[in-house]
Every structure is written in structure tokens, then in C-alpha cells.
Design a protein around this ligand. Structure first.
Ligand code: SAM
Length: 348
């Protein structure tokens, strides 16, 4: 069955579905966007920081090596959540050549659910002849027997969210299907659930809320994972700590913004990450918040400018200019510099 038919039959059974269920069908169901498509890159729907420039992975790599030197200095799990094409891990492993002890201590795990991307990651890693790697679809805490370094870029924005708004009372947005007009449309239902209303209280001043239970649950597992045998988790994503007063869900097809009801299963659907939720979960797990800042401050603090200057040495013309433009794209406040945030939590 096509995604559209699956959603219509689910709506026929339930009367309506919430936004997170709609997203789940489109992104992760049979034939869902993240299951079947190659999604990242200039020719596809969007481009991410590691795909823009090698500098991103190199300075993140330098940060990880530094943390390992100071705190682990032993065999460890290096785990990437949602590695995409594998570009970020390749850049990190290349940087790791400056510290062979770090390189040799790595047990690499890539957590990926997209089969096309897994093949791409395998090819890319075999090109650099790195073999201590395994692929899994879910973090398995029972198998964790060493310190871990877990990191992700643009992973937590993929999780489905429910949408609420306040007009005297709280309402949730649901989706129905109009059989006569053959179109999906939004409806609103008053929130009556007492626990949910309590949860929504912290959004009272902004009057809109996006809540992702699956994202919170996943991050809680990540926290418990590093709590078990110590470690660190670095989360890079677009998002906020101070609640916005607008919905942040967006859909992208071929680098252009679209509507949620278009291109079902063929377009990216994301929502900004609520970092306040993640910080709260980390504290609940008694972890330390080492850092929360925007991408610009993180990358500059890790030596991005110096790395750019090294790459520009002996270059001229177009190549020199491209390095400059890529650098700008990563840190400029109107591009990725401010909207992307970095959260570092640890347990030592
Ligand atoms: C937006 S892409 C980012 C890719 C890469 N990190 C980068 O920066 O280029 C999201 C990645 O996470 C994967 N993904 C999304 N949800 C996932 C999940 N629940 N479990 C495992 N992988 C997931 C996607 O298949 C894709 O590889």
C-alpha cells in the first residue's frame, strides 16, 4: 500500500490522527522517507554541516580526541546516531590519525535505519580501510561494557512531534481526510487529559507547544547509556532553549519549503529540538551539563578559524574563496551559526 492509502485507512479507523502519527507514517513507515530515500546532499533534499565542509568533522574530531585524552584514555565505544552518508565519521577518523592511541581504542557503532545510507556508509568506510565497526538500528544498553562517546548531527530533529495551541483553552491539531474533496485537512480538539494539561502549563506564556515523546524517550536512553559506564554525548541540531511562540515543524523537498500534506513519504519533515527538554532529562539522570551554546561558539572554540586558515594556505582563487564561504555558512548567524545548538553532557 502507498503511504497515502495507509494514512487514509488509519484515519478511517480512528476518525483522525495527531501530527506525530502522520509524521511517523511519512518518515518511518513502510516506504517512509528515511527508510527508502537517499536524502542528503546537494542533489537531494537538504545539505548538512559535514556535507558543507570537512572542517566541521575535523574540529569535532579534535574535540573528541581532547575529551578522550583527558577522561578515558582506554578502549571505548564511539557511537554516531544517524550518520547519513558517513561523511562526518570519515572526517573524524581522518583527524584521529593525529593520535594513534585514540584511533586504536575506537570500537565504532553506527546507528542507522536507512538501508541505502548503510550501504553508502559501508562503502565510504571501506575506502579508508576502517574495520572495527558495526551497524545497529537501536542503542542496546545491555551490550554496553565500556565508556562511550556518543554524538549526532541533525538526528533529533527527525523525531515526530504533536502540536498544541492555546486560545483560552489548550487544543491539539489533528489530521482528517476529506473523502469528497480527496484532501487532508487539520482539525482541532480541546485537550482534556489532565497529565497533558499539566505538561502544557510551561508553554502557557507562548501559547504554542510542540511535544516529542519519542525524542525524549530516545534521549533518556542515551543518558542512561553513558551513565552505565561513563562517557559523553554531543548533540548538534537546530533548536531552542527559550520556547518559541510559533510552530517550527517544516517540510523540505528538493531544497524548497513545502506543505506537510505534499509529497507524502518523499519529503523531509523536521521540527526544532527543544533543548530545554534534553537538558532536563540529562539532569534527571544525574549527568553533568558541560556545555550548551550555539554552533558558531562551539566551532570557533574548537579551533575552526585556525583550521580554515590551514586549509587556505597555498590555495588561491576559487578554492580559497570556497573554503571562506563554507566557513561562513557554518558560523554566520543568518545561516547555521545561531539556529544550530550544541549540547554536551557527560558522566565521569
Ligand atoms: C538529517 S540526516 C543527518 C545525517 C548526518 N548526521 C549529517 O549530518 O549529514 C538524519 C539521519 O538520521 C537517520 N535516522 C533518522 N531517524 C533515525 C532513527 N530513529 N534511528 C536511526 N537512524 C535514524 C537518517 O536515516 C539519517 O541518516
Amino acid at each position: 500500500m502507498k503511504i497515502k492509502e495507509i494514512i487514509i485507512s488509519e484515519i478511517a479507523k480512528k476518525g483522525s490522527i495527531d501530527v506525530s502519527q502522520f509524521m511517523e507514517f511519512c518518515l518511518s513507515g513502510n516506504n517512509g522517507y528515511y527508510i527508502k530515500n537517499e536524502v542528503i546532499g546537494k542533489k537531494n533534499d537538504f545539505i548538512t554541516a559535514p556535507e558543507i565542509s570537512q572542517m566541521f568533522g575535523e574540529v569535532l574530531g579534535a574535540f573528541l580526541i581532547n575529551f578522550w585524552n583527558e577522561n578515558i584514555n582506554n578502549e571505548f565505544n564511539l557511537i554516531e546516531l544517524g550518520p547519513g552518508t558517513g561523511t562526518l565519521i570519515i572526517d573524524i577518523l581522518r583527524t584521529a590519525n593525529i593520535n594513534k592511541n585514540f584511533l586504536n581504542a575506537i570500537n565504532l557503532t553506527l546507528i542507522e535505519k536507512n538501508e541505502t545510507l548503510i550501504i553508502k556508509q559501508k562503502n565510504n568506510l571501506s575506502n579508508i580501510n576502517f574495520q572495527r565497526v558495526n551497524w545497529i538500528k537501536e542503542l542496546d544498553i545491555k551490550k554496553n561494557n565500556r565508556p562511550s562517546i556518543i554524538y549526532s548531527n541533525e538526528f533529533f530533529d527527525c523525531f515526530p512531534i504533536r502540536q498544541f495551541y492555546k486560545k483560552n483553552k489548550w487544543y491539539e491539531k489533528y489530521i482528517k481526510y476529506n473523502e469528497a474533496k480527496k484532501i487532508f485537512n487539520f482539525i482541532s480538539e480541546e485537550v482534556k487529559n489532565v497529565d497533558l494539561l499539566k505538561n502544557l502549563e510551561k508553554f502557557n506564556h507562548v501559547k504554542v507547544a510542540e511535544i516529542s515523546d519519542s525524542r525524549k524517550k530516545y534521549f533518556d536512553l542515551v543518558c542512561k547509556y553513558i551513565k552505565k559506564n561513563s562517557g559523553i554525548c554531543i548533540t548538534i541540531d537546530y533548536g531552542y532553549k527559550n520556547l518559541p511562540n510559533n510552530f517550527t515543524l517544516q517540510t523540505i523537498y528538493n531544497h524548497k519549503k513545502t506543505h506537510l500534506f505534499e509529497n507524502l513519504g518523499n519529503q523531509d519533515i523536521t521540527a526544532y529540538v527543544n533543548f530545554d527538554d534534553l537538558i532536563h532529562i540529562a539532569y534527571k539522570n544525574e549527568l553533568k551539563i558541560d556545555l550548551f551554546c550555539n554552533q558558531k561558539d562551539f566551532l570557533i572554540g574548537c579551533g575552526l578559524k585556525k583550521r580554515k586558515e590551514e586549509l587556505q594556505k597555498n590555495k588561491s582563487g576559487k578554492t580559497y574563496k570556497k573554503i571562506e564561504l563554507d566557513y561562513e555558512r557554518l558560523i554566520n548567524k543568518f545561516q547555521m551559526g545561531e539556529i544550530f545548538k550544541v549540547l554536551v553532557i557527560s558522566c565521569l
